[in-house]
Design a binder for this molecule. Structure first.
Ligand code: ATP
Length: 630
């Protein structure tokens, strides 16, 4: 999760609270033990002296009375300064002193003996009392945790001590559909439920069955939680929120108990909404866990299924669950009557990104030069959460500059930071820096001179995140299909950095590691997925599949012969060699311009489009590029 969500349900054991309680118990134990083991002392001042000094005082006749304790002697003498009584105390030797009693008798000193103190029964009982108290406290906290999703449970000592309410709290949402930018399809699907939640009787009277379970699917940060909150806000009904991951690592039975409590409370407050985030962490296909099919996760999942089945058509409770791994969900969850309505939230396109920026820009001071359309265009692949983060980073950069307004440069800096990480301070040797400038200039030139690719936007040799330098393209629009010409241009651009090193320095380096990896993956997709090799043709020969939302590759068993695999490999290699040859030719043809670009890049570190154009096309002969930009 990227941004703060609903406040955490109270009543759940939180780490700092637990640590605080443990310390309280330890402190209490030590303090009580100390108090109970202290000898009660008589009123008045007592001076501690050595045993021989006490003996001398007795011998001199200064002592009137002594008290013999188990391992000490307390003598009372006359204080000549104050004319009062002075108490002196000395520890007696381990070896008994046979001369002491005769001497006391001889000097006429009154002797009182004190019986050794029997250790208080409380001392023995104390650890047990504390252990039992701790056990009860912990177990009450666990029960309290059961109602956590409701914003409180039965209330344990933890709740009491931390001052939290033990009453289940209903969360209300002020978010509306207007706060969810883009995602029109998803909003349309969910908005049907608003009517139902606002006036369930109308639907019940005519016997209409409204879906109880809605599964929100989509990549992280696309607004699934936001949409659930917006539904609660629009319908003006209470909202009970929990996350699947909260059920993991609980004692067996606790998760199921919490689910039961949450559904109970929602029914009590109906019409209401239950939102379960990260459903995949509990809703994975059963029977795959290590717990032999009876682990906590499965019990929780079974309870959710039972609760969903238990809804009658009359109950106005809607359960929304969010996941970005629908592929791993237990099929039982998706059956009719359960999470049978599926709403997909996708990554925003350019217009939606612009709309999301509009939502989050409210209240931020923007400089006149800011072009939000350009920000939207330059952030393909960003989720709503990423865009919000970008604006926040830009505001932080502005504050750090001690400026009043967020400028376009702040937004560009924030975009690079969100995309690639922060600028790194890295000691780069001059010859390495020269090679880096040549490498980036190669990419830049290939992107600049190739009208089929994305237009260039800026180039830098400032290390950022994991990369040492970078060349930035700014697609004029979101691409939904990729033409072969565009893909071939991409291959040339990717390999042009290495080609420039080879031609201008006479050798290559490991700096092209990521370029080669990406170029190979792209070439493989062109051959094995998109049928772009004329000899192999349109055959699906992939050995992995894209994850629908997470952009990861999931391997799948190979379903073609070794011979075909060899042909795929050869076609991939041929594509890459062809792209490399084109990159080398391009660098060769523009050697002077690229050398100019390298010099300026080394001097200025970051160059924008104007500077790049001044180096690569001082006479502005390349019209196709300009066409592409506008
Ligand atoms: P995850 O899968 O990581 O739980 P999610 O899909 O639930 O993520 P949210 O938590 O709803 O995403 O989104 C995070 C934040 O991003 C929201 O609080 C909101 O500020 C912003 N956001 C995401 N999508 C949108 C959108 N469409 N319009 C406005 N803001 C959005």
């Amino acid at each position: 999760m990227n941004t703060p969500k609903m406040p955490p349900p109270s009543g759940q054991p939180d780490e700092p609270g637990l640590a605080r309680m443990l310390w309280l118990f330890v402190f209490g134990f030590v303090a009580l033990t100390f108090l109970l083991t202290q000898q009660p002392s008589a009123p008045g001042a007592t001076a501690t002296v050595s045993y021989s000094e006490v003996k001398t005082l007795i011998r001199n006749g200064d002592v009137r009375e002594v008290t013999l304790e188990e391992n000490a002697i307390v003598a009372l003498l006359h204080d000549q300064r104050t004319d009062g009584v002075l108490r002196v105390r000395a520890i007696t030797p381990v070896q008994p002193d046979p001369t002491l009693l005769p001497q006391l008798e001889e000097m006429g000193v009154t002797v009182t003996a004190q019986a050794p103190r029997a250790p208080s029964t409380l001392i023995w009982l104390l650890p047990w009392i504390l252990i039992i108290a701790f056990y009860f406290w912990l177990s009450r906290r666990m029960i309290g945790g059961m109602g956590g999703g409701l914003g409180g449970g039965l209330g344990g000592m933890g709740d009491f001590l931390s001052g939290r309410s033990s009453k289940p709290a209903k969360l209300t949402s002020k978010v509306t559909f207007a706060d969810v930018a883009g995602q029109d399809e998803a909003k349309r699907e969910v908005s049907e439920l608003v009517e139902f939640l606002r006036d369930p009787d109308r639907f019940q009277r005519v016997g209409a069955t409204v879906p109880h379970g809605v599964l929100l699917m989509g990549p992280p940060g696309t607004g699934k939680t936001l949409l659930a909150r917006a539904l609660a806000g629009e319908a003006d009904v209470p909202f009970f929120s929990t996350s699947g991951s909260e059920f993991v690592e609980m004692f067996v039975g606790v998760g199921a108990g919490r689910v039961r409590k949450m559904f109970e409370a929602a029914r009590k407050h109906a019409p209401a909404i239950i939102f379960i985030d990260e459903l995949d962490s509990i809703g994975r296909t059963r029977g795959t866990g290590l717990g032999g099919g009876h682990d906590e996760r499965e019990q929780t999942l079974n309870q959710i299924l039972a609760e969903l089945d238990g809804f009658s058509a009359r109950e106005a409770v809607v359960v929304l669950a969010a996941t970005n791994r629908p592929d791993v969900l237990d099929p039982a969850l998706l059956r009719p009557g359960r999470f049978d309505r599926h709403v997909t939230l996708s990554l925003p396109d350019k217009d939606a990104r612009r709309a999301i920026l509009n939502v989050h820009i409210k209240g931020l001071p923007l400089h006149r030069d800011v072009d939000l359309d350009q920000v939207a265009a330059g952030t393909p692949g960003f989720s709503g959460a990423d865009l919000k983060n970008l604006l926040n980073e830009a505001a932080i950069t502005t504050a750090r500059r001690r400026a009043g307004d967020i400028t376009q440069a702040d937004l560009d800096e924030a975009r690079d930071k969100v995309m690639m990480g922060t600028v790194r301070t890295l000691a780069i040797q001059p010859d390495e820096r020269h090679r880096l400038a040549i490498h980036e200039a190669g990419h830049t030139a290939a992107a600049f001179y190739n009208p089929s690719g994305d237009p260039i936007y800026k180039v830098t040799i400032i290390p950022r995140g994991r990369s040492l330098g970078s060349t930035h393209m700014l697609p004029a629009h979101d691409r939904h299909t990729l033409s072969e010409a565009y893909l071939r241009a991409q291959l040339v651009t990717l390999l042009a950095g290495r080609a420039a090193e080879k031609l201008l320095l006479g050798s290559v380096s490991s700096g092209a590691d990521d370029d080669i990896r990406r170029a190979t993956a792209l070439a493989r997709s062109m051959v094995a997925r998109w049928g772009m090799d004329p000899d192999i043709g349109p055959v699906d020969l992939r050995d992995s599949e894209d994850h629908p939302f997470l952009g990861q590759q999931i391997s799948k068993p190979r379903s073609y012969s070794d011979e075909t695999a060899t042909r795929v490999d050869q076609a991939v290699i041929a594509l890459l060699q062809d792209a490399e040859a084109k990159a080398v030719a391009l660098i060769e043809d523009h050697r002077d311009q690229i050398t100019r670009l390298v010099t300026r890049l080394e001097a200025e570190e970051t160059l924008d489009l104007t500077a790049i154009r001044q180096c690569l096309d001082p006479d502005s002969k390349i019209k196709s590029f300009t066409r592409n930009r506008t």
